[in-house]
Design a protein around this ligand. Structure first.
Ligand SMILES: Cc1cc2nc3c(=O)[nH]c(=O)nc-3n(C[C@H](O)[C@H](O)[C@H](O)COP(=O)(O)OP(=O)(O)OC[C@H]3O[C@@H](n4cnc5c(N)ncnc54)[C@H](O)[C@@H]3O)c2cc1C
Length: 534
């Protein structure tokens, strides 16, 4: 793995840039690459962590490598698909993809198993074979998902076009998508079926957007469901290849990435215009444009001076959208076992029963209640280069969602110094997750070589999300109804990028970067990235 970026301390930084990007997640890297490649701008990306990439970074222990926030990405199998085309453009075609198996997600509800195969028609037929009396409902549901997804591009276009035009035609652009997005997923699905099993299967990927059906926006559900209808892919060489290959585009354009570079404050003058950043060591770096990938909550609450934000309506409105929930993740290293291939490399989503909302509420209330779901991923099997990079080894990740409140009491303690009680709590959770993993993937019994648990405090520490939130702002109907939330901010020359601009997920955060770049360059950058590597 190539190191991306140069340490802030060793970097001979200039005093002035065209643009400073705070944070090197996929949203930050995307806008930096677009401004470099298309806008000819001198860009500096400042990343607080010692590894660039945000949730696309990987980490290593005992000769294993795990990804953090990349398990599968839809619409990557074909260069004509918008996500693949965007990556081809951002990386000059350097990032290569491996296709996931035909069944990319396998949903377990109680004792029943439901496969999500590649292709909308295959998905339709599969669902109809499980629920033969619900054919009409399934058809209506698929049509609604397609329609909501199609309308979402108009909704997001409002955030990309110049604000005077958006003020005139924004209502028209928003209207269609909001008809779907203002409903919760449960409300929308109830219009098509009253069968709770079918509803539970159709929402079996709710962990991908972090809110159970009773709380999530059907707009978000549709974006994610559609994103995977045509299957999914994984970057060859692992998730870190994303930052590596986008960084080379930034560097080719004369830009650079500084790691271990903590931005403490965004500098704003009396005219409410951003003109630079102040680093943790007190140094000031200036730029014509500042773009924050650090999330809306960090930007409004922690990076902008409180004197500037205290009278801002946006800061108050932000309080109406909660942060998303957080995750715990078990990273497992083991001997490479051919038997694991029997699981087909599909992602496994394991639910105790069909009541997603109740199960989640119960475990948010009481951490000892059964896990609301387990998401089991086999990252080493998804990457055809893994075995040559790590001979004889394999990795598995187990993820579930929870509430920050279970971790709150340790939130001010330092990483690796949170004390015995915290370690015991983590051990208890790890044991439960390991037992569950061995129950569902018995072939691994006796072959586990290494495991480690990440908690919401790890997310807070490494990615700077104040409550360890997995997906930035929660994807509720209110979020999509918040017209003010997008790349533009009330501070001149300050923009947002990443998952709070468009939506969570690698593709969502990437398109947040495309929206931000469109605002800076006053050009439809979606049309540019859709061309792919040409
Ligand atoms: C466990 C997990 C699994 C996931 N699985 C998938 C998946 O399979 N498929 C998919 O499409 N999506 C997945 N996602 C979601 C996806 O990873 C995210 O939505 C996306 O990467 C967010 O990108 P971003 O650019 O908005 O932010 P981030 O990747 O969070 O980047 C923000 C960056 O800003 C930096 N930063 C913050 N504050 C400062 C500061 N003051 N100074 C300097 N730097 C700062 C942070 O360190 C971070 O690097 C997953 C996420 C998680 C956590």
């Amino acid at each position: 793995m190539k190191q991306v970026g140069i340490s802030y301390k060793q970097h001979k930084l200039d005093e002035n840039y065209d643009c400073i990007v705070i944070g090197s997640g996929i949203g930050g890297l995307t806008v930096a690459a677009l401004l470099s490649r298309h806008g000819n701008k001198k860009v500096l990306v400042l990343e607080k962590h010692s590894v660039a990439g945000g949730f696309t970074h990987v980490f290593h222990r005992s000769n294993y490598e795990w990804d953090v926030g990349v398990h599968y990405i839809g619409r990557t199998s074909d260069p004509t698909m918008e996500v693949r085309a965007a990556f081809d453009y951002l990386t000059h075609g350097e990032l290569l993809w491996s296709k996931m198996p035909d069944v990319y997600d396998r949903i377990f509800i109680g004792n029943q198993v439901f496969d999500f195969p590649t292709g909308t028609e295959s998905f339709r037929q599969q669902m109809c074979s499980y629920f033969p009396s619900e054919t009409r409902a399934i058809d209506k549901y698929i049509r609604a998902v397609h329609s909501a997804q199609k309308l979402s591009s108009l909704y997001f276009a409002e955030k990309a076009i110049p604000s005077p035009i958006a003020s005139c035609i924004g209502g028209l652009l928003r209207y269609g998508f909001l008809r779907y997005a203002k409903k919760t997923t449960s409300q929308a699905i109830a219009e098509y079926t009253s069968n709770p099993e079918l509803a539970a299967v159709l929402t079996g990927q709710w962990g991908d957007y972090g809110l159970p059906p009773g709380q999530s926006s059907f707009g978000m559900h549709s974006i994610v469901a559609h994103h995977y209808f045509e299957g999914a892919g994984y970057p060859i060489g692992g998730a870190s290849r994303m930052a590596e290959s986008i960084a080379s585009t930034i560097e080719k354009g004369g830009g650079c990435i500084a790691i271990s570079a903590y931005v403490e404050e965004i500098l704003v003058d009396q005219n409410k215009t951003a003109f630079g950043v102040k680093m943790k060591d007190g140094r000031e770096i200036r730029a014509k444009t500042i773009i924050s990938d650090a999330g809306a909550i960090n930007t409004y609450h922690n990076l902008l001076p409180s004197g500037v934000t205290q009278s801002m309506p946006e800061k108050k409105l932000l309080g109406a959208i909660p942060p998303s929930f957080c995750h715990i993740g078990l990273y497992v290293g083991l001997k490479h076992l051919p038997e694991i291939a029997n699981y087909g490399d599909s992602n496994l989503w394991i639910y105790p029963d069909s009541n997603h909302d109740l199960n989640f509420a119960r475990s948010c209330e009481n951490i000892d209640a059964p896990f609301p779901f387990l998401y089991i991923s086999f990252p080493s099997s998804k990457d055809p280069s893994f075995l040559s990079r790590y001979p004889g080894r394999a990795t598995i990740e187990v993820i579930t969602l929870t509430s920050f409140k279970h971790f709150e009491k340790w939130k001010n303690l330092r990483w690796q110094h949170r004390g015995e009680e915290y370690e015991a709590f983590k051990n208890r959770l790890s044991k439960r997750l390991l037992e569950e993993l061995e129950r569902h993937v018995p072939a691994i019994k006796g072959n586990i070589d290494y495991w480690e648990l990440s908690t919401p405090l790890s997310t807070k520490h490494f990615a700077n999300y104040p409550t360890g939130e997995i997906y930035g702002l929660a994807h509720t109907p209110e979020r999509f109804n918040a017209r003010w939330l997008g790349a533009r901010t009330p501070i001149k020359n300050l923009l947002l990028t990443g998952q709070d601009v468009a939506a969570c997920g690698i593709a969502g955060a990437l398109f947040g970067g495309v929206v931000a770049a469109s605002n800076v360059l006053k050009k439809d950058m979606m049309a540019v990235v859709a061309r792919g590597n040409h």
